[in-house]
Design a protein around this ligand. Sequence first.
Ligand SMILES: [Zn+2]
Length: 280
Amino acid sequence: MYKHILKLLILTVSMGIVSTAIAQDTPKRSITKVAGDVYRFQNNFHFSLVVLTNEGVVVVDPINREAASWLKTELATLTDKPVSHLIYSHSHLDHASGGLVYSGSATVIAHANAPEAIDGVKPDVRFDASETLQIGGKTFELTWLGEGHGNDLIAVVVRPENVAFITDAAAPKRLPWRDMGGANLDGWINQIKTIESLDFDIFAPAHGAIGVKADATDARIYMEKLRQAVLTGLKAGKTTDELVAEVMMEDYADWQQYKDWRPLNVQGMANFIMRSGQAN
Ligand SMILES: [Zn+2]
C-alpha cells in the first residue's frame, strides 16, 4: 500500500514537472482574422501575415522553422490550398528563418538588397523600388522602405482588404525595439514617412496590436520628438546618462514597452546623433 502511494506520489510530482516544462516551452501561437481573407499568425512576440487566395496561401515572413511547420499544418483548418508564395519583409533572421518549410512548393519574393540566400532559401523574385503581384484574386503591393531599419525592408499592402503588413520600422502605440540596433535613424524616420505615403486602412504590425494608418504618423512623430529632445540636449553639452534621466517622452507612457525601452531608445538616438556628427 505504502509503495503504491509512493509510486503515485512520484508519478504525480513528475507529471507536474512535465506539464510545467511544456507550459514554459510552448510558444504562444494562434491564427486570427484581420479582415476578409487576411489573417495574422502569432508566434510569441512575432507576427506574420497569412492571406488566403484562389491560387494558394501567401505568407509574409516564416519567423522560424518550428513556427512555419506549425502554421503549415494548421492552415489545413482554413483552406485545402498549399502555401503558393512566401514574401520576406526583410532578412533579419528573427522574422526570416525557416523559409525552407515553404520554399519547395512556393514562389519566394524578397527585396533586391536581401542576401543571396535567407536561411538557406534563394528568392525566385527580387524587386527594387516596388512590385505589384496579382495572386488568386488579391493584389499585393510591395514597397521598399529605403535604408534605416536594415536595407531590405519592405511594406506589403493587400487589396481589396487594404491591410498593410509592417515589420519593425513602426508599430501602433509601441516604442521601437530597444536601442534600435545601431541603425541610421534619419533613414528610419524616412522609412516611416514612406509607410505614411501608402494607401491603406488597417495597420497589421509584426509586433504588437493591430492599428490604423494614423498610427504610422504617431510612430514617426515619436521618433522626431525623441530625435529633437536628444539633439537639443547633446548640443547643450549633456551626457547620454543625463538625457536618459531627462528625456521622459511622457506623452507615450501608455505605449507598449515604454518602461523597458524608453531609456534604450534615448541611448540609441544619442549614439546615432553623436556617431553621425550632428551634435557638433
Ligand atoms: Zn528587423
